[in-house]
Design a binder for this molecule. Structure first.
Ligand SMILES: C[S@@+](CC[C@H](N)C(=O)[O-])C[C@H]1O[C@@H](n2cnc3c(N)ncnc32)[C@H](O)[C@@H]1O
Length: 201
């Protein structure tokens, strides 16, 4: 791993264990991704979307309001729009540089600068939230996913992904936040889970 990837892993491990430290770590994370935004699609290989796309194919139903959290250059949002053309899709990222790239790539979609730890949206706003290689904030995910809605969390290189959460803490975090795991997906070098928010929690 490069030093940036090690830093991303360190920030991930600390944030998953002690989420209230995130406000101190947000700036270094955003700065790191701002610096790499213009090269992101080139430096990350085509395998980046393999597990994500495989898991997306397992999401049941037709989501109407979907959110790609930590959208980067927008590929998750684009994949959702391609699969469900009627869906209203929003991509959010903490890095303004990434949001600029996403808007350039997919001007027909909506992208905003924002933080996955405090999404500016009412409770239950989305019936699908996706995250590809992004730190999950479980309580916030439990708040914004509508009862009966779905959550997809993918790591494109499995345990080798710099931003990665091990299966144990991932499952525990999801269950605590009111999700049940409906699919565990392995595709190419990546892993993903599809979870459903309980109707009452
Ligand atoms: C490894 S990149 C993945 C980007 C994209 N999902 C992909 O697969 O290409 C992680 C992205 O999450 C963003 N990010 C990290 N923490 C975030 C947070 N708390 N809220 C929103 N975006 C965040 C970073 O700025 C970066 O664009």
């Amino acid at each position: 791993m490069t030093w940036q990837q090690r830093l991303a892993r360190l920030i991930t491990d600390v944030t998953v264990r002690v989420p209230w430290l995130w406000p101190l770590l947000r700036r270094p994370m955003a700065t790191m991704f701002d610096r790499i935004a213009a090269q992101w699609d080139e430096v990350t290989g085509p395998e980046r979307m393999v597990a994500f796309e495989a898991a997306l194919a397992r999401v049941p139903g037709e989501p109407r309001r979907a959110l790609d959290l930590g959208t980067g250059t927008g590929d998750g949002a684009v994949a959702i729009a391609r699969r469900w053309s009627a869906a209203e899709v929003l991509g959010i990222d903490v890095s303004p540089g990434m949001v600029e790239e996403a808007r350039r790539k997919a001007p027909e979609l909506r992208f905003e600068v924002g933080d996955a730890s405090r999404v500016e949206a009412a409770d239950g706003s989305f019936d699908l939230v996706v995250m590809n290689n992004v730190i999950p904030f479980f309580d916030e995910l439990g708040r914004i996913v509508a009862p009966g809605g779905h959550l997809l969390i993918a790591f494109s290189r499995g345990a080798e992904t710099p931003i990665y959460v091990r299966p144990g803490p991932l499952r525990r975090g999801l269950v605590r936040a009111g999700f049940e795991i409906v699919e565990e997906v392995g595709a190419g070098p990546g892993t993903a889970v599809v979870a459903r928010r309980a109707r009452s929690h």
